[in-house]
Unconditional design. Sequence first.
Length: 318
Amino acid sequence: MINLQEKNFLVEIAKEYYEHGKTQADIAKRFNISRPMVSRKLAEARETGIVKIFIDSSFDNMSTLEQKLFAKFNLKGLCVASVPDNDEALAVQLTARAGAQYLSKFIKPGDRIGVGWGWTLYEMSSYFPQLPIGTSLVCQITGSVDNAMTRGYANEIVSNFYQKLSAREAYSFPCPVMVSSNHIANALTNDPKINNVLSLGKECNKLFVNIALPDRKSCLYQAGYIDDSDLGRLHSHQAVGSICCRFFNQNGDICDEELNNRTLGISIDEIKKSECVMACITGRDKAEAVYYALKANFIDVLVIDSVTAEAILAIDEK
């Protein structure tokens, strides 16, 4: 078993070769090792699973999936990333990379960018190309989770987009995503600093949002913001998912007003009013939530993996 230092070295070499397109000679020169050594290290990276090779032979099927989805829903843009059906981490990486390239085309100079949080969105922001176009603003549009073990990455996402978009300003949302009562939520939103960031978020003309599920695997549950009682109530109210932590039902309506009132961030109505709402989503288990989010016209531009795309079409056929 390789140690952490050696693993990090393999990761660096693999990134140079597979992501940055450097030749083995270039890599050998940079790390002051021989070219045969680079070749051996790349082979070791594949053998240990650091590098996973996925051969995409489904271009025709991709086109068919995209055409079917585009015909079913009112979308301004759509990209389906071909992924294997048995490797979640690789599916996230492939979809995030495709999403970064595709969604970057929708960003223009002067845009005010609002961002949610989550694992796939973080990965996508990391892969986002450098666009020296000078966006006006990057702003977090919902509160954060305080548990470092969850995969929220709110601050990192804001920082990534701020740097990649050469934005003039960037703001994190300086409070938790949920509080214990409506009174606390009202008090926090009346704080001048929090109110200022919330107002900036409402003024964003383009949003990167996340879709999550009302279950025990969600960041909200794992970080302790909702519990089994909340999940039971959400299920009894027929919640199918959440967009930026706002739980909705099959009609696209808020399904738990009490929980919604103690959630901090822009509302579903404010999300729908935005000029362009973009999402990069992976996971077959999210198919139903994404399906009803599309039916409710929450999302304008979607990047999604092929496995989830097929599941969404299967739901529609029923």
